[in-house]
Design a protein around this ligand. Sequence first.
Ligand SMILES: [Mg+2]
Length: 456
Amino acid sequence: MAELTATVGPTSSGADVVHVDMDAFFASVEVLDRPELVGRPVIVGGTGSRGVVAACTYEARRYGVHSAMPMSLARRACPGAVVLPGRFDRYREISDRLHRILLDVTPIVERIALDEAFLDVSGAHRLFGDTTAIAHLLHDRVAGELHLPCSVGAGPVKFIAKLASEAAKPSATPAGITAGAGVVVVGPAEVNEFLEPHPVGALWGVGPVAARRLASIGVATVGDLAGVPERTIVRLLGARAGGQLARLARGLDDRPVVPDRPHKSVGKERTFPVDEVDPGRLHQHLVGLVDGVADHLRSAHLAGRTVVLKVRTADFTTSTRSHTSAQPVDTAAAILTVASGLLESVDASPGIRLLGVSVTGITPAGADPDGVSEVSQLAFALEGPGAGPGDEGGPGPGRPAVAGAWSQVAEAVDAVRSRYGRTSLRPAALVSDGDGGSRPDVQVRPDPNAGRPTVP
Ligand SMILES: [Mg+2]
């Protein structure tokens, strides 16, 4: 695979950044799975009173519906729309398949959303041809294997590639839908011509305020901006923003495509078939998620310092809470103590549709210079229910005996699972869940005195 990492292939044209972006992703997936929706306005998003549009088909865009629009407005604009709540597990599954297609072309893939990624294809030309060939290959593989529409843009730098994929998309007006080109490649020599007609708001970092200030000196398009001396832009917007904008207007963007690190975080999440309002049941779900995360961490010999709780409410608002501890953690008990503290601050009354737990700040387990991570991670297990996320959570005096118990529990669980499989042991809170009553589950509870799992 040495060819994949070569810096410049024989047919590099200098437009080596590729941006792949699925069209109306969530909505397109819904239409794929429910063919009776083909050709209909479909909106995916929060269906509650404060819901917003997450995605919509081009048929809905004809009515002025767009993502991030309040759902109430969207329904009024397009009363005939089919409004769906979204199925993130399904979108993630397809996103993973998309990712695998991209990784077939180059290992340098930076995923920036479920449906969007940048690729650096500078090392892929020998295998797959020039950038235009690669862009078409990606477009056609997504269509052929995922049965979903996407747009592919390419250019010498990231923001040109992103604008190119936008230019490749279909467009919708009240009069109708116009198919997009699907693939747009902007070579280095074409950058200025490509950029000129774009409104300045298309440049990264230009919000409404900056756009108004630029309009006040007669600058509406990138072409207008390119004709203004940099010092004028700096005087208008400040040194940093102004300098950056002047560079963007000339097509310059020095951010590299940063391939995803394999273990930025380890997480599990679950979308509930019915919005969950009961704190006890949420805690039960949490235990299951934490168990999965800890299992993954320990089997990969990893640990992490930050525990992140993700909550999506019935109105589609997603929020995260996190707590970073002094030492990496990798046991279910340690992670659960932190995650439970974070969950306590969540108001479940509006209904929770998704719960997720992840551990970030990943390091190899036991990599801590003092060699004490195995002990210190257990400090969390010592904190009672009163320990909140703001608590730094050091072990209290005389408590290490309990930590030792947790350590042995974790080791015992690992040993049993490696022999009998992942589901041979489950947390006690899940055993009464009703979904495993007939299985010979072993309940594992910490026993400070014995320091061993108890088998009822
Ligand atoms: Mg998209």
